[in-house]
Design a protein around this ligand. Structure first.
Ligand SMILES: [Zn+2]
Ligand SMILES: [Zn+2]
Length: 166
């Protein structure tokens, strides 16, 4: 007897039309999110056609046709974000990959942004507005040794890339 009453109380309390309304709201929301997602992917596709891509760090868009705008290393990084990005990315890479990316990065900074490579940072006072990135010497592959002597292109296997302020 008691169990029969109990089971009757388990039945839904809400009127059927209220449940329908709530289910409809949920499905409307899911549909809206799906629409937004679709719209975003369409916009991303359109931006790609227009030749712009976002920096993976600051998310600002740059023209891909300008080689100086973004450095590509799997992800795209703008000039302003390079120092922080490289400082955190460098220790995560194995030595082969690090060397290859670093090689390209130094080349890109020099070619596209007029960066200077210096071998003796202590001889040149650091100006407050410039940024320096330490890199392995490409001539001796960071060993600091060359033909049994010291490598003339670096200081203990390192060079410093002086980036101009933007
Ligand atoms: Zn950036
Ligand atoms: Zn060297």
């Amino acid at each position: 007897m008691i169990s029969a009453i109990g089971s009757r109380q388990m039945e839904p309390q809400l009127p059927t039309d209220a449940i329908d309304a709530s289910a409809k709201r949920d499905s409307d929301l899911v549909q809206t999110l799906a629409d937004i997602e679709l719209e975003l992917s369409r916009i991303k596709g359109a931006l790609g056609l227009l030749g712009v891509r976002a920096c993976s760090s600051c998310k600002i868009f740059f023209r891909t046709s300008e080689p100086a705008a973004l450095f590509h290393a799997g992800e795209a990084v703008c000039y302003r974000c390079i120092p922080d990005w490289w400082a955190s990315r460098r220790p995560q890479l194995d030595s082969d990959l690090r060397e290859r990316i670093e090689h390209r990065l130094v080349h890109w900074l020099v070619q596209q942004h007029g960066a200077r490579v210096i071998h003796h940072p202590e001889k040149q006072a650091e100006s407050a507005c410039e940024t320096r990135i330490i890199a392995s010497c490409m001539e001796c592959r960071g060993t600091g040794k060359h033909n049994g002597g010291r490598c003339p292109h670096c200081y203990d296997g390192n060079v410093w890339v002086v980036m101009k302020p933007q």
